[in-house]
Write a protein that binds this ligand. Structure first.
Ligand code: GAR
Length: 204
């Protein structure tokens, strides 16, 4: 398994997917190469983005399988066939089971639109607005069996401004994501991330 061979998993718009593809085209992905898009929503806009970028896509509907394990086993088979070494979740809205976690232990990362451990789970931006925090942000973390609970790799803050709506705050959070995620993926692809217990370090 090579760290530089990357699969991106996404369920929706795929704007982070596009930001990663652009970073690669600009030589800013640490030698990483996006080899595959995996989506559980074949009709999602991200599938068209992959096609436009000339990136192969594995589009599987979980409900076409007898269970989550069989769905993930089909994904693992394709990842191994392509010698994928790093899985990058970018708006992939499913919990991952041990079928994927075991062969890819510490090789799966996620981006979440809050400063974890605040506002884990769905609608993190809505949760932050409703709570009334003045500062929220973006977290990139390793994925474990829990919901947004794995070791944090990087975080960046975003101010909540008076009068912010879910849309206006999401827009600023997205802009921060497009910068942060490629940086972290580049560090991983280049083998510059160390993990000791829950503590991660990004080296030079
Ligand atoms: C991103 O904002 C990402 O942080 C969030 O989904 C969005 C996907 O946007 N992920 C989660 O909420 C995961 N719990 P995109 O499809 O345009 O990249």
């Amino acid at each position: 398994m090579e760290w530089s061979r990357i699969a991106v998993f996404a369920s929706g718009q795929g704007s982070n997917f596009t930001a990663l593809v652009q970073a690669q085209q600009e030589g800013k992905l640490g030698g990483g190469s996006i080899e595959l898009l995996v989506s559980d929503k074949p009709e999602a806009p991200v599938a068209q983005r992959a096609e436009a970028a000339g990136i192969p896509a594995l589009l599987l509907r979980p409900k076409d399988f007898a269970g989550r394990e069989l769905y993930e086993a089909a994904i693992v088979a394709e990842l191994q066939r392509r010698n994928i070494g790093l899985i990058v979740l970018a708006g992939y809205m499913r919990l991952i089971s041990s079928v994927l976690l075991e062969p890819y232990a510490r090789r799966i990362i996620n981006i979440h639109p809050s400063l974890l451990p605040a506002f884990a789970g769905k609608d993190a931006i809505g949760q932050a607005l409703e709570y009334g925090v003045k500062l929220t942000g973006v977290t990139v973390h390793f994925v474990d069996g829990g919901m947004d609970t794995g070791p944090v790799i990087a975080q960046r803050s975003v101010e909540v401004k008076p009068g912010d709506t879910a849309e206006s705050l999401a827009e600023r959070i997205h802009q921060v994501e497009y910068g942060l995620y490629p940086e972290v993926v580049a560090a991983l692809a280049a083998g510059r991330v160390e993990l000791n217990g829950r503590i991660t370090t990004i080296g030079e």
